[in-house]
Ligand binder design. Structure first.
Ligand code: TRP
Length: 450
């Protein structure tokens, strides 16, 4: 087999991994979760989850991946004598394929809305925009087709390899995304009454905090950091020996949080400036926002037109670098374990997640396509974000904290620098106790045991 790929530079590593983290989770999921769960109070809990559970969790996946330089299954299977841990890697491959399935549907909607903004199809009153979304997302063909198109674009980036495909795309799209985001934030925050939206994001209202808010914050933190599916482990297998794992995890987590916050600063000030309550759920950016942009920039329709195009382009870019990372987990796994060509491996992943995407998409228009009483699309979201990701992260931290040799973990953590004064003790304490206990308690609550 040809030599394994590697990321080519430090910047490439940060941008590709941040590209995985920054996605629809930040721009689509975070704002409606925040709107729904009481604004700033939710954000504080979310931040706590990132610092206490997210960063140690990321470092653990990095350690497993970088040490083994292999796909998710082999990484977990070879780090200790117990081969059974390989199942955690396989769980990761399954989880990420399901996520990619429903994620691609939303990414397909973004493509549609990008086109619709360019052709000025989103103009109209509130009723019209709502109707537009319902007609479009309920259609059996078009959204499913666009979801598959999105997966195919991802496929063709992936088959170009780690440096020429993943790294190059991230280096192009991430800076673009950041620039677009900043422009829209500035436009949104300079609207009249924008202060109310900023206040909503920054002033905590603890009366809305219930136990489910903790759960949602945890699920959101894992989803947003791409944690719990061996995604970071797979990317870390392309890191170099010089990559500082804790520093990289911290930089990526901070960047991811800032971008989620900026997404809030892009959406809420505009929404409040036209008097729209931002708690409308997943359809926020497809039903509420097109109208918000129109009304807010009614004094200068050309600006509204451009902002709308920039917004949906931003969503497409954000989604693209994330779907790449989900796809890569399965691709690397099939490529190395079945010993087939990378392009054939990519096709297996593409077909699997396209099938999931098609059924998820159909379930939006036809809620009879259900699993356990929920439309398939919502079921996949809930199952992965609130169960499978926490379980994956829990198993990883038990694995790294208790089963992998401590010397190995220390060497990877400090990059073999025995003189390094590092946070190793703090990290080890988190991975051994804090992370497993917190996730375990939260899962028990989820299952109704406590
Ligand atoms: N983190 C991405 C987002 O916020 C989604 C994502 C990419 C992901 N790779 C993942 C989520 C792996 C879970 C697991 O949109």
């Amino acid at each position: 087999m040809a030599e394994r790929g590697n990321f080519g530079s430090r910047l490439g590593i940060i941008l590709a991994t941040a590209g995985s983290a920054v996605g629809l989770g930040n721009v689509w999921r975070f704002p409606y979760m925040t709107g729904h769960n009481g604004g700033a109070a939710f954000i504080l809990i979310y931040l706590g989850c990132i610092l206490m559970l997210g960063i140690p969790g990321m470092v653990s996946e990095f350690i497993v991946g970088r040490h083994s330089q292999a796909n998710a299954y082999r990484a977990y299977a070879t780090l200790t004598k117990g081969k059974g841990w390989g199942l955690v890697g396989i769980l990761g491959v399954i989880t990420s394929t399901i996520i990619l399935g429903f994620y691609a549907v939303v990414a397909g909607w973004c493509l549609q809305y990008l086109g619709a903004s360019v052709f000025g199809e989103l103009k109209g009153d509130t009723g019209y925009v709502q109707q537009y979304f319902q007609t479009f997302s309920g259609d059996p063909f078009r959204p499913a087709l666009l979801g598959v198109v999105f997966i195919l674009i991802t496929h063709f980036i992936i088959v170009r390899g780690v440096q020429k495909g993943i790294e190059r795309t991230s280096k192009l799209l991430m800076p673009l995304l950041f620039i677009l985001l900043l422009i829209i934030v500035i436009a949104s925050c300079s609207l009249p009454n924008a202060a109310k939206g900023i206040e909503f994001l920054l002033r905590p209202d603890f009366s809305k905090v219930s136990s489910s808010v903790f759960l949602e914050a945890l699920g959101q933190a894992f989803f947003s950091l791409s944690l719990g599916t061996a995604c970071l482990c797979t990317y870390a297998s392309y890191f170099t020996k010089q990559t500082r794992l804790l520093a990289s995890a911290t930089q990526i987590a901070v960047l991811d949080f800032l971008i989620a916050l900026l997404a809030g600063l892009m959406i809420f000030p505009a929404a409040f400036s036209v008097g729209v309550e931002p708690d409308s759920g997943p359809s926020l950016i497809f039903i509420t926002l097109p109208n918000v942009f129109q009304q807010a920039f009614a004094f200068m329709p050309a600006l509204g037109y451009v902002i709308s195009i920039m917004f949906y382009a931003l969503l497409v870019f954000a989604a693209q670098t994330s779907t790449i990372s989900m796809h890569e987990i399965g691709t690397a796994f099939f490529h190395e374990e079945l010993k087939i060509k990378r392009s054939s491996a990519a096709w297996i992943e593409t077909v699997a997640c396209s099938l999931i995407a098609i059924f998820c998409s159909l379930s939006v228009g036809n809620p009879d396509i259900q699993l356990l009483g929920k439309p398939l699309m919502d079921f996949c979201d809930l199952l992965t974000a609130q169960y499978m990701l926490p379980v994956g992260a829990l198993l990883t931290s038990i694995f790294v904290g208790w089963f992998v040799s401590k010397t190995l973990v220390r060497e990877e953590f400090t990059n073999w620098d025995t003189t390094a004064k590092s946070f190793f003790k703090v990290y080890l304490f988190c991975v051994r106790f804090v992370v497993p206990v917190c996730i375990f308690l939260i899962l028990m609550h989820q299952f109704g045991v406590i």
